[in-house]
Design a protein around this ligand. Sequence first.
Ligand code: ADP
Length: 212
Amino acid sequence: MVTKTFTVGLTGGIGSGKTTVANMFAELGAYLVDTDLIAHQLTGANGTAMETIQREFGADFILATGAMDRAKMREHIFSRPEEKKRLENILHPLIRTETELAAKRMQGDYTIFVVPLLVESTSWKQRVNRVLVIDCSEATQVQRVMNRNGMTLEQVMSIMKAQASREQRLQVADDIILNEGDLNEIRAQVALLHEKYLKLSETTETNSTQCL
Ligand code: ADP
């Protein structure tokens, strides 16, 4: 069977507007696979990763709901790279499996994977046809995240420091959306890129046995 498998990896720093822009693409017919959402589900109540997390890290990291205590885990791994690695070793293979399953259920014109840490990852760049970076100034990022999450400047800065820099992201970008200013202007940029992706998806057909 021949199927459309054109894929875009959408990335950007915290607060750059990944979710906002991804939803605009979805409204136009792109199929979204949000790896952050998948990670949240895995560590939510009854999430597939919870049994292993409880066994490896102990009941202290589990909330009464059965979900992972994210705040506690974040604090625990923050200055312990080996513990961070231990958590990633549990989560990454599961995220990969769930992402592939979601991609197989693809409905729509093409697939957009929303991957916050695409540039930091060793494998994602090779797994997609194009990398789309949602870009904005660091000042805008800080302001948005402080407003959205009620975080302090220091908290936002420490998250940003642990992520790739704006320059590193722009270096791997095939396409860029500059998300500063009015949402209608962003929508216009999205519509143009959507047309481009539709055209590319028509010429990127392959056997359905080929997967990510
Ligand atoms: P990300 O998913 O990259 O962390 P979001 O899409 O959640 O970013 O955007 C961060 C915050 O900024 C949200 O509250 C969103 O509504 C707001 N936002 C994003 N883009 C714009 C924009 N162009 N104008 C105004 N607010 C925006």
